[in-house]
Design a protein around this ligand. Sequence first.
Ligand code: KIV
Length: 275
Amino acid sequence: MKNTVLTFAKAKEEKTKLSMLTAYDYSTARLINDAGINSILVGDSLGNVVLGYEDTVSVTVEDIIHHTKAVSRGAKDALVIADMPFMSYQTCVYDAVVNAGRLMKEGRANAVKLEGGVEVADRIKAIVDAGIPVCAHIGLTPQSINAFGGHKVQGKTEKAAKKLLEDALAVEKAGAFAVVIEAVPEKLATLITKKLNIVTIGIGAGNGCDGQVLVYQDMLGMFSDFTPKFVKKYANIGEMMTNVFKKYDEEVKSCAFPAKEHTFKIDDDIIEKLY
Ligand code: KIV
């Protein structure tokens, strides 16, 4: 059955946990969907793990639309959330609504996600008023990496913790149906979760959130440029892939591949006529 914003609201009410993973293509989306994961985020982490950028700043609306189209075709049941890239909503309310609309109309997303708290509350409200569900994202917000000066845990001082709580309350008031909380001490994320009526999805925010999200290449050991402390490596598929690619290389060079069972036949008579 299709997961919707109502599934998220019900999970909060019934205190059942929600699972979310990123995906950027059709076949991965199908695998994640078929595993029963509630939601797929077409994150702008696309910039790092798929496009090879150092950060998410260069990701465009076109990039996210292109990958969301593929993911939405593979996600029959999972709720597809498309990330709004850097400068697609920071500029003004008008840009925010137009770009959120493109992710829904062209990408076929079920919801959008954007980063920020109090300062983007007017954009969240306008997008929600246009009939588009919004997932907010507070704490470490990677699009602001240049302002933060690096990937740092957020909300550790009293002032910063208060600001995070204000941000969470502001995005809820603006109409967001969920909020991702990234790289925040567990006790603070748990407190925010208790204060909110909407779902919190943690990444590096401990076990007290209503759900969890991970970048799938991180959890499968397929991306080694950097691995945050909060990532659990469930498998080392990256190493497995390298070994398989090596084997293929050896077999191509030794003519072990392709074997007879991988080839097509033609009558010898026909071939002889061509010599
Ligand atoms: O872009 C992304 O993948 C994200 C998650 C890390 C939450 O925003």
